[in-house]
Design a protein around this ligand. Structure first.
Ligand code: PLP
Length: 396
């Protein structure tokens, strides 16, 4: 009968990780599952990065590093920000953490007070609202529609701002929608943020995965005023196929970085030393594997878009980045499929998993119940087979 933390009792588990775990377990039981639930590249970490890690394991140093990250890695991150994003930071502005998710946690812990509001465009990555709540702040959602390619409209942003607004979360390219913001849109958001004294949490972890000639622009690079107010979140997971290595980082104004560094110094100390050394090689070494990975993703993306739009009563718009497609299932809501009533995206996901052994994350997890998120971080062969199964089940 012990009373646990009320705030944290309200935190829900990550639906995407749950679906992933469920399909992995089914596979372990010998069931032929096709999973569109994955949130990680299905590629090996590049060899040069692995070799750098092996070298450190064999010859050291393998002890603690500075709690907020190895100075040399912070330097490599600054070089990357300058090279890729036209942003000039010093190592003191950088905090290296145990993955982007941990960086996100640090950010809200550092900037939020009870009652603060954080604006989150919907559909959102599952972790945003929960990490805001863990910092005693309140998520405020703005719905972004498929008609607007799931991007935030200036008028909607202006309408959501109150005196309590502390920050807005921007995720371009986006998980789950794949949308990429244009320079003009970023300029509008930046202007509003500066005018209203709001911080921008800019999650750029999918920056390397943009297609159709799109270009990733960091909002912080627009001008000095917005740079001061932006906390960039990035990491090694998606661009270097290093999800399990757990290295993420932030770049921010010094006063914010200091608070995050202090929190981290007591919460976790430094992120894994070996993974940090390997990340230096990742950032400074040969970058050609990113292009190869991107090419494979793009081929799958095109196939998936084409195939979904061929299936009766399903559709999707073309995402411009990351490795996800938002499939519109609104025509199936309220209908019955082979005796199963579909009231929402969770019903749709359950019926599909049970009957076709295809695992997809319901849009409800991202605050978008008329959609399902399909990841194309799986082989073209799996994508073909999975979508064939769905087509057969729904329409035959
Ligand atoms: N941001 C977004 C939008 C993501 O999708 C993810 C991973 O799924 C992350 C951040 C964090 O990734 P990691 O904690 O593996 O670095």
């Amino acid at each position: 009968n012990i009373k646990l933390s009320e705030k944290n009792l309200k935190i829900s588990p990550s639906v995407t990780l749950t679906i992933d775990a469920k399909s992995k377990q089914m596979r372990a039981e010998g069931i032929d599952v096709i999973s569109f639930g994955v949130g990680e590249p299905d590629f090996q970490t590049p060899d040069n990065i692995k070799r750098a890690a092996i070298e450190v394991i064999e010859n050291g140093p393998t002890g603690y590093t500075a709690a907020a990250g190895l100075p040399e890695l912070k330097k490599a991150i600054c070089e990357k920000l300058l090279r890729d994003n036209d942003l000039s930071y010093n190592p003191e502005n950088i905090i290296v953490s145990n993955g982007g998710k941990h960086s996100l946690y640090n950010i809200f812990q550092a900037i939020c007070n009870p009652g603060d509001e954080v604006i989150i465009p919907t559909p959102y990555w599952v972790t945003y609202p929960e990490s805001v709540k863990m910092a005693d702040a309140t998520p405020v959602f703005i719905e972004c529609t498929e008609e607007n390619e799931f991007r935030l409209k200036k008028s909607d942003l202006l309408a959501a701002i109150t005196p309590k607004t502390k920050a807005i979360v921007l995720n371009s390219p986006s998980n789950p929608t794949g949308s990429v913001y244009t320079r003009e849109e970023l300029e509008d958001i930046a202007e509003i943020a500066v005018k209203n004294n709001i911080l921008v949490v800019s999650d750029e972890i999918y920056e390397k995965l943009v297609y159709d000639g799109e270009k990733h622009i960091s909002i912080a690079s627009l001008n000095e005023e917005i740079k001061e107010r932006t906390i960039i979140l990035n990491g090694m997971s998606k661009a270097y196929a290093m999800t399990g290595w757990r290295i993420g980082y932030t770049a921010s104004a010094l006063e914010i970085a200091k608070v995050m560094g202090n929190i981290q110094s007591h919460a976790t100390s430094n992120p894994n030393t070996i993974a940090q050394y390997a990340s230096i090689e990742g950032l400074r070494g040969d970058q050609s594997t990113i292009e190869e990975m991107k090419k494979a993703f793009d081929e799958r993306r095109k196939y998936m878009i084409h195939r979904i739009n061929q299936i009766k009563d399903l559709s999707c718009i073309a995402p411009k980045g990351a490795f996800y497609v938002m499939m519109n299932i609104s025509k199936w809501i309220g209908k019955e499929i082979k005796g199963h009533k579909i009231n929402n995206s969770i019903d749709f996901a359950e019926v599909l998993l049970e009957n076709t052994k295809v695992a997809i994350v319901p849009g409800a997890a991202f605050g978008a119940d008329n959609f399902m998120r399909l990841s194309y971080a799986t082989s073209l062969e799996n994508i073909k087979e999975g979508l064939n199964r769905i087509d057969d089940f729904l329409n035959k």
